[in-house]
Ligand binder design. Structure first.
Ligand code: SAH
Length: 355
């Protein structure tokens, strides 16, 4: 296969929101402006959806110039902006080094949920997932993570607000906690987006040490663990990193997460016809989770052209749910959003990479 040489441009100036409120206040002081300007600047970015430093009209021109000289706001290029029939919107962004990432805005009656990526590609190699097919290229920076949220926020109408955030895009979020945590803190902060930690869900393949590290952040983020199997034999096949970790260790870490944060853990389970969707699998899964305060989110397989997996029939899916419920385990089937625009993460990027 011939390797595509990505378009390279110079690294952008740092995104201003890469600085947290404290750092921005320090920067203001160092440039001869009072600290309180930091709060004003962040309000323009997070609350008032400004796209240009010069539109921050209640700030002195000298401050606007200093910011323009040193920082960027939205340096990523929007390569594609797709809008689905259900008003799901998806952005394919190209970064300065030519890499692509995706992020999605989903609308429901009373919710506006954004789904963001944390890495370019993924190293986990789950066999049914489009994101890992080309391996891991690199981690995203805090600024690149925040830029996705801010760009999606700018697609909303005046009275609309982001109500929920799911870190379920491309990449393994817990493999990039260093960049993710400051991004989430900015979104959580009152002077930021003011999005409650309980409205933020982080989905992980299940990295026990990182789950505990996240618990220690002191925030009540929701944790979703991608289990996808009722035992290690099946999980080893679907989620290759499992052979070094094992389900028992993941479940113990998730138990600790619940203990420390008080948040009920969600277990994600992508139903793959003929692979992990047997009622017997549901019983095995139920027995593992029975003693826990848990919730199972069944995800219908999103077809990926290159992959051999398909979702089971509706009756088969309902039977799986019924078995879990008979054991007292709450289970829901995830609604499909943006099916007509390939909203399942990773697929647009894959297409762009193989152009
Ligand atoms: N790395 C994180 C985030 C992945 S994306 C994790 O492993 O949780 C969020 C969820 O979508 C995960 O549960 C992931 O396994 C699942 N997923 C990946 N590819 C899918 C596909 N083709 N159809 C349905 N779900 C998929």
């Amino acid at each position: 296969m011939t390797e595509l040489v990505p378009l390279m441009t110079a690294a952008p100036k740092p995104r201003l929101y890469e600085l947290d409120s404290q750092q921005l206040a320090t920067w203001c002081e160092a440039h001869g402006f009072p600290k309180y300007r930091a709060e004003q600047i962040r309000r323009w970015i997070f609350g008032r959806r400004v796209n240009d430093f010069n539109d921050m009209h209640d700030l002195p021109a000298a401050l606007r110039k200093a910011m323009t000289d040193e920082f960027s706001l939205f340096p990523a290029t929007v390569d594609k902006h797709l809008v689905g029939k259900d008003r799901t919107e998806k952005l394919l962004l190209q970064l300065h080094d030519g890499q692509f990432i995706e992020c999605v805005l989903m609308r429901e009656t009373d919710r506006r949920t954004v789904c963001i990526s944390t890495q370019v590609g993924c190293a986990m190699g789950c066999v049914f997932c489009a994101s890992g097919m080309l391996g891991l290229k690199r981690n995203l920076s805090t600024g690149e993570i925040l830029e996705q949220v801010l760009l999606l926020d700018r697609l909303l109408a005046k009275g609309e607000q982001i109500t929920n955030l799911v870190v379920m895009g491309i990449g393994e979020p817990l493999a990039n906690l260093k960049a993710l945590i400051p991004a989430l803190e900015s979104l959580n902060e009152k002077g930021g987006l003011g999005l409650g930690a309980r409205r933020i869900t982080i989905s992980t393949v299940g990295l026990p040490d990182k789950i505990r590290e996240l618990a220690k952040s002191g925030k009540q983020y929701n944790l979703a663990v991608s289990l996808h199997a009722p035992n290690d034999v099946i999980r080893d096949k679907l989620v290759p990193v499992n052979d070094k970790i094992g389900m028992a260790a993941i479940l113990r870490a998730a138990d600790d997460y619940f203990e420390i944060t008080g948040r009920r853990v969600t277990y994600e389970y992508v139903l793959l016809s003929g692979v992990n969707d047997d009622p017997q699998h549901a019983r095995m899964l139920a027995k593992e989770l029975q003693t826990r305060i848990a919730h199972v989110n069944l995800i219908p397989m999103n077809g990926v052209t290159e992959l051999p997996f398909v979702e089971p029939s509706d009756p088969r899916t309902h039977e799986f749910v019924a078995v879990l419920e008979s054991f007292g385990i709450p289970a829901t089937v995830r609604k499909r959003k943006g099916a007509d625009i390939d909203a399942a993460c990773g697929q647009l990027r894959l297409m762009a990479e193989s152009k």
